[in-house]
Design a protein around this ligand. Sequence first.
Ligand code: FAD
Length: 332
Amino acid sequence: MQFEEYRNLWVFVETEENTAKSVGYELLSPGRVLADKMGGKLVAVVIGGNVKDVAEKTIDYGADEVILVEGDEYFNYSTDAYSYAMKTLVEKYKPSTILIGATNNGRDLGPKMACDLNTGLTADCTMLDYDTETGNMIWTRPAFGGNLMAMILCPDNRPQLGTVRPGIFKKPEPVTGKIGTMIYEDIHIAPENIRTKLLDRIKEVAEAVNLEEAEIIVSGGRGVGSPEGFEIIRRLAEELNATVGASRAVVDAGWMPHAHQVGQTGKTVSPKLYIACGISGAIQHSAGITGSDCIVAINKDEEAPIFDVADYGIVGDLFTVIPELIKEIQKL
Ligand code: FAD
């Protein structure tokens, strides 16, 4: 059989400043199922500064084996150090499949590894399966702006690489006392071969926005016209004790922070009441709101697709409709 020497399923458990990113643990859930299907072991690969406790945790989360690589050069992510370590490990152990979280770093590491190892990579997967007849992974990911799901195979090369979106899979329930094997690998890269240097880390002060838990959401779209125009959305939200949401057009324009974005690349919400103001209702926005109990749309274009998913629609200028609404609410 072709690729006979390639065995086992690896999960790359990303760490940063000695702490694991949650997606690494999450991937151990589908990893377990896939490894069993392929008749191989579930192996976690943990690279970092001082991350033995992360490695031990992966065994609690179901890994049969952990390969641990530690060193100062791995305390923070760098393309050169991490891809060198991964290439060295892959050439030694020959895994059949590697799952990597589609974080910023994972999205950097995956393509570099695919290049170094002359293999394929399926980016941003949302579903994973394994074909026992052909030995190929079946990677599924949204394509054409989420309008269809593409199934992608990598039949001619090994290992098969895929990045997987965070939050798609649930972390496995930890089992304390599980026995697993810890393999220490002493891999280091000469400092002159690391071409980038982390100079500073500026953390974004994220506003606390809990759209997923909100009972009422008032969202604004490009129809509000400007950052100042958003004030009217905030006023209505205040009256209703609601959380403020936004379309991607608004976020891309810099009128609202990304934490407020609703939709395919933002938050999926399920409030009791969702009020969409000046939002056209593109499929990527609607995908995130269909779990709402009641959707009210305010739009001046009666043909806007938002009216197809709305329970109640108001055709009109939001700058006229919303003040009227506020007046009525204040009478209650
Ligand atoms: P527009 O489409 O420009 O609509 C503005 C609407 O406001 C129009 O319908 C107009 O009639 C109405 N309007 C204008 N003035 C007024 C007024 N005074 N009163 C009342 N109505 C008025 N979008 C998201 O929202 N969330 C996502 O997560 C997301 N993910 C995406 C992922 C991908 C891969 C891609 C390709 C796109 C994604 N998009 C997402 C973008 C999406 O396709 C749309 O471009 C976006 O939702 C449009 O935002 P909008 O409705 O605010 O703007």
